[in-house]
Design a protein around this ligand. Structure first.
Ligand code: PBG
Length: 325
């Protein structure tokens, strides 16, 4: 009366486990999000994201060099301006903090990693919304599209290899693709935040970018209840010419990630967002979980669910562990 089937045989030694591991996690799969603050003379710690800072232009360059040395797949930049206005115009200005940082980073590391710009005006508007408002205070989709198109071109001209529209305006990928092509940037790629939920897990990000937002983003970001709608969003962005698509957040949406992966013929990214980072850091700081193991397990889980690329605030550190393994 002994079991005939013994799955444990393949778990007996580290070498056996390595041989049969189904999911690989490598530094190249990881993309590091970075914040750069206009006028900062010292990096500013972000309280709800221990270990993450708002960089100065100088410290940003150093952080990118470290990430490149660790072999990460890419970096994505977010800017925090000194001045806000209704249209987020400092987000488009060639001398605005985000475009200046893209220029710095491209000059520093060239084509050694993939430099991504976040195309969205929420960091730059006085109301904190991802689009401009109409006379009733509603986010005006089509007027926002024109701004995104200009912002994407400015980012590519500053040095971004890839632009990542994150504002969830309908039609944003098509408009950006057309604007890039018209400006002679047909080689620049679009990573679409295709499936993006109105999530409480973005909480710490609001602190990270000194967000001006009052209220929520539920008229443009998706309802967490909806998975099929995520497939619709993904298909629309693919039809509009997205070169890669993203699901965000990651952990609470692994089912959506898998479903998107199953229909996408382009690389699929997942964003392990600020709240996912903060929860692990807080539990680890209390000694409640093993931080490093939890980080690797969460990244492996996101890869297993279907992500070709994972955006994570742990990118450089995790890449370091993976290199030493
Ligand atoms: C919008 C944007 C947000 C994040 C990335 N891009 C904020 C939002 O949509 O509210 C959140 C990332 C995170 O929480 O780590 N520019």
């Amino acid at each position: 009366m002994f079991p005939e089937q013994r799955p444990r045989r393949l778990r007996r030694t580290p070498a056996l486990r390595r041989l049969v591991a189904e999911t690989a996690l490598e530094p190249r799969h990881l993309v590091l999000p970075l914040f750069v603050k206009e006028g900062a003379t010292e990096p500013v710690p972000i309280g709800s994201m221990p270990g993450v800072v708002q960089h100065t232009r100088d410290s940003l360059r150093k952080a990118v060099v470290e990430a490149v040395e660790a072999g990460v797949g890419g970096v994505i930049l977010f800017g925090i301006p000194l001045e806000y206005d209704a249209d987020g115009s400092r987000g488009l200005a060639p001398d605005g903090v985000l475009n200046a940082a893209l220029r710095d980073v491209r000059a520093e590391v060239g084509d050694e990693t993939v430099i991504i710009g976040d195309v969205c005006i929420d960091e730059f508007t006085e109301h904190g919304h991802c689009g401009v408002l109409d006379e009733h205070g509603r986010v005006d989709n089509d007027r926002t599209l024109r701004i995104y198109a200009e912002m994407a071109v400015a980012q590519v001209e500053a040095g971004a290899h890839v632009v990542a529209p994150s504002g969830m305006m309908d039609g944003q990928v098509a408009v950006i693709r057309a604007a890039l092509d018209r400006a002679g940037h047909s080689e620049a790629a679009v990573l679409a935040y295709a499936v993006k939920y109105a999530s409480a897990f973005y909480g710490p990000f609001r602190e990270a970018v000194d967000s001006q937002l009052v209220g929520d983003r539920k008229t443009y970001q998706q309802d967490p209840a909806n998975a099929r709608e995520g497939l619709r969003e993904a298909r629309l962005d693919l039809d509009e010419g997205a070169d890669m698509i993203m699901v965000k957040p990651a952990t609470a949406y692994l089912d959506v990630l898998r479903a998107v992966k199953d229909i996408a013929e382009v690389p699929v990214a997942a964003y392990q967002v600020s709240g996912e980072y903060a929860m692990v850091e807080a539990a680890a700081a209390n000694g409640w979980i093993d931080r490093d193991r939890t980080v690797l397990e969460s990244l492996t889980g996101i890869r297993r669910a279907g992500a070709d690329i994972v955006l994570t605030y742990w990118a450089t550190e995790a890449a370091g562990w993976l290199n030493r393994r």
